[in-house]
Design a protein around this ligand. Structure first.
Ligand code: PHE
Length: 368
């Protein structure tokens, strides 16, 4: 219903005011009763309570402002009563809650698909590294770490590398600059393997020791499909009385089966490392052809995976300088070191080592 204009008041006595307010209130009630739908309710609100052009504002301008002082109090009270009535009508029409417009703004369309958040996942290298360490943790090994910036002593000297060993050459090792005035053994370099942590562990812990050391290592190698100047290794060290080469074989055979499946066979191939004697390269039967011979194993049926050996007595002698219990006459041990990237590439059939570091979500997402 359209509302008539607000008339000007000519009398301000109680009866005249009651009549005038009564008419307006009646108009409001009729208008409210006819409302249907959110838009109509909003129009009603604007029409009656709108700040600038609402009818209550108009009443205030036409009646309150011009009323004689003695009528102002009664007029004010009736005005407030009318306002309460209009607000009540509005609440009722809007379902006694917030009005429809506000509701619509807050409404949730439960038929819309949800907002997807990307879930983080372990990087395939971290995952492989954790997998390897947990295989050994299950055998009772603890997990250790050591510094990536290492001294020549820990990286080479105590690991029984002779002073002129080619690995010490800056062609192979990344060294920290301006170390020339220091004695050779104190010069800093980026560790080329995790083996120095063998010595750091023995220096702080008497035998028996069973420890795996995952970590990052650096070599001055050019990057290609299978090499990266920065990569990861997991080192292992086991020292006790009567540790034999059989223990080494049994442990690594179990570990390779745990990592690649129980059908995998292992083979220990004579090798050399300055810090183990005897030394061996561990080969596993080719996981791609089952040992028949294929392109991946260069038709040999075997794939070389890690280095290992019995701890060289010369290494124990270095450890004994700080922990006399590492007496090579009384104890023995084995050590091994494996490249994490290489194992991850085998496990997941990845042919380019660079895929691990490129940060391409299409590649990484496959491991989520
Ligand atoms: N440190 C050796 C390497 O980086 C691996 C290794 C560790 C070999 C322990 C034997 C024993 O090649």
């Amino acid at each position: 219903m359209m509302n008539e204009e607000i008339p000007n008041l000519t009398a301000f006595d109680e009866a005249a005011l009651d009549k005038a307010f009564g008419v307006v209130e009646q108009q409001a009630r009729e208008a409210a009763a006819a409302l249907s739908g959110g838009e109509a309710v909003e129009a009603f609100r604007l029409q009656w309570l709108g700040r600038k052009q609402g009818r209550l504002t108009e009443i205030s301008a036409r009646w309150l402002k011009v009323a004689p002082p003695e009528a102002k109090k009664a007029l004010g009270q009736k005005f407030n009563a009318l306002k309460a009535v209009v607000e009540g009508l509005l609440d009722e029409a809007a379902g006694a809650g917030p009005n429809d417009a506000a509701l619509a703004a807050e409404a949730i369309d439960i038929t819309l698909p949800g907002t997807r958040r990307l879930t983080g996942a372990e990087h395939p290298i971290t995952r492989t590294l954790n997998e390897i360490t947990s295989v050994f943790a299950a055998l009772g090994y603890s997990v250790g770490v050591g510094p990536e910036v290492e001294t020549d002593y820990y990286n080479f000297e105590c690991m029984n590398f002779p002073p002129d060993h080619p690995a010490r050459d800056t062609q192979d090792t990344l060294v920290v600059a301006n170390q020339d005035r220091r004695p050779q053994r104190d010069r800093l370099l980026l560790r080329t393997h995790t083996s120095p942590v063998q010595m750091r562990t023995m220096e702080t812990q008497p035998p028996p020791v069973r420890i795996v050391i995952p970590g990052k290592v650096h070599r001055n190698d050019a990057a290609d499909a299978t090499h990266s100047p920065i990569f990861h290794q997991v080192e292992g060290l086991c020292v006790d009385t009567n540790i034999t080469f059989s223990d080494l074989k049994g442990t690594l055979d179990h570990a390779m089966k745990a990592l690649f499946g129980s059908a995998v066979k292992t083979r220990f191939y004579p090798s050399f490392f300055p810090f183990t004697e005897p030394s061996a390269d561990v080969q596993i039967s080719c996981i791609f052809c089952g040992g028949k011979g294929c392109g991946k194993c260069k038709q040999s049926g075997w794939i070389e995976l890690l280095g290992c050996g019995m701890v060289d007595p010369a290494v124990f002698a270095f450890a004994a300088e700080k922990q006399p219990a590492y007496d090579p006459k009384k104890i023995s041990g084995f050590a091994f070191g494996m490249g994490v990237e290489r194992i991850a590439m085998m496990k997941y059939g990845i042919s380019e080592i660079g895929s691990f570091y490129a940060g391409d979500m299409r590649f990484l997402g496959q491991f989520a």
